[in-house]
Design a protein around this ligand. Structure first.
Ligand code: PLP
Length: 394
């Protein structure tokens, strides 16, 4: 290692520590679930995106092992070389049917799905319009595409309207999170669909936190808003959150998917997911469809949690989804709350910049169908106790 590299690395790390931005990973020695174990310590888990709690479900394990005995583990290559197999194909067909689209294409991650769509469809003559609070992968895709980048104020249809009206770009793409990942609020999709149509812009919804959870059938933000494939021609969902597996997909028209297969570099130049994982994901999708009670239970938990927070004077950010942020502002304060909760047996993520804007560090509390009422009550009590103990300087 050269001296300049050594000192560069040391100063980068020191900077992060100084700003209370240093990240540490928890190493679990249990399956993912409402309660996890780390180094023998039990923690009630309020930070996973396993909203419907299928991540450790026996039906997924069974589908995985059965497919592994038939297809082995590795896919061997990218989809276009020789890595595409029957379980991938079945998963794509099931996702297309479930989302009411002609086709779906499975990517290895949501990050690569977003990069793939945006960089395939847009170039220097074009413009992308993104909500300020969009997920990093949508932002990075926009930057990488070389298109003119317009970030509009969060959920501000007026700001977007003015920007669209001024644009002289060849093609215009409006991209938003269906449910904002760190805030839990939802994009005004009905208005955005209307506006996009009026300005001849293409609407893309990243439904990482809506797919499987929202809508009567779990069809996501678009189903819950009553929007069709014409309204939202580019729909993205992830498979690692409510479905408890890994990967992501884009759903849309026949030509949209064919174009991605031809053009999306993040699809073409990467190894296909293991076929057994695709089989487990099919089982997860079936579970989400066959057990609507998981969504009902989650909805009940959300109502219970928000009412309980109100009764205890905890000022949560306005959210009706499984993501319930408690904004604390200062990075050190968010970390102190996280540590105090961990000492009481709760695991809640302290989310800090650049994931969220500077000065809006927060606890990102997530609820899942697998939690019990008493776990939620205990968390509320612990939060109220922490708020009370620091009351003089709030
Ligand atoms: C998690 C997430 C992604 C990335 O999905 P991965 O499959 O984890 O790469 C994209 N968009 C949003 C809004 C997300 O929350």
């Amino acid at each position: 290692m050269t001296d300049s590299l050594t000192s560069f690395l040391a100063s980068k790390l020191a900077e992060r520590k100084e700003a209370h931005l240093y990240r540490r990973r928890l190493c679990l020695d249990s399956p993912q679930g409402p309660e996890v174990s780390e180094g023998g310590r039990r923690l009630v888990n309020f930070c996973s995106n396993d909203y419907l709690s299928p991540a450790a479900h026996p039906k997924l394990q069974e589908a995985f092992s059965q497919a592994a005995s038939q297809y082995g583990f590795g896919s061997g290559a990218s989809h276009l070389v020789c890595g595409h197999s029957a379980p991938h194909q079945q998963l794509e067909e099931a996702l297309a049917a479930f989302t009411g689209r002609a086709r779906a294409l499975v990517f290895s991650s949501g990050y690569s799905a977003n990069l793939g769509v945006i960089t395939s469809f847009l170039g220097r003559a074009d413009a992308i319009f993104e909500d300020r609070l969009n997920h990093a992968s949508l932002i990075d895709g926009g930057l990488l595409s070389g298109a003119a980048f317009e970030r509009f104020k969060h959920n501000d249809v007026g700001d977007l309207t003015a920007r669209l009206a001024k644009s002289t770009a060849r093609y215009k793409l409006v991209a938003v999170d269906g449910v904002f990942s760190m805030d839990g609020d939802r994009a005004p999709l009905v208005e955005l669909a209307e506006l996009s149509r009026a300005h001849n812009a293409w609407l893309m919804v990243d439904d990482a936190h809506g797919f499987g959870v929202l809508g009567p059938n779990g069809g996501g933000s678009t189903e819950s808003a009553g929007l069709t494939a014409q309204d939202v021609p580019i729909y993205m969902g992830t498979l690692g959150k409510a479905l408890g597996c890994a990967g992501a997909f884009i759903a849309g028209s026949e030509d949209l998917i064919e174009c991605l297969i031809q053009l999306a570099r993040s699809y073409i130049y990467t190894t296909a997911l293991p076929p057994a994982l695709a089989a487990a994901t099919c089982a997860a999708l079936a579970l989400v469809q066959q057990e609507p009670e998981r969504r009902q239970r989650l909805r009940g938990h959300i109502a219970h949690f928000t009412a309980g927070a109100k009764a205890r004077n905890l000022s949560l950010a306005p959210s009706q989804t499984a993501i319930q942020p408690l904004i604390l502002g200062d990075n050190a304060r968010a970390l102190a709350w996280q540590q105090a909760l961990a000492a009481r047996g709760f695991w809640v993520g302290a989310i800090r910049p650049p994931t969220v804007p500077v000065g809006s560090a927060r606890l990102r509390i997530t609820l899942t169908a697998g939690h019990s009422r008493s776990q939620i009550e205990s968390l509320l009590d612990a939060l109220a106790e922490l708020a009370h103990s620091e009351a003089p300087w709030i």
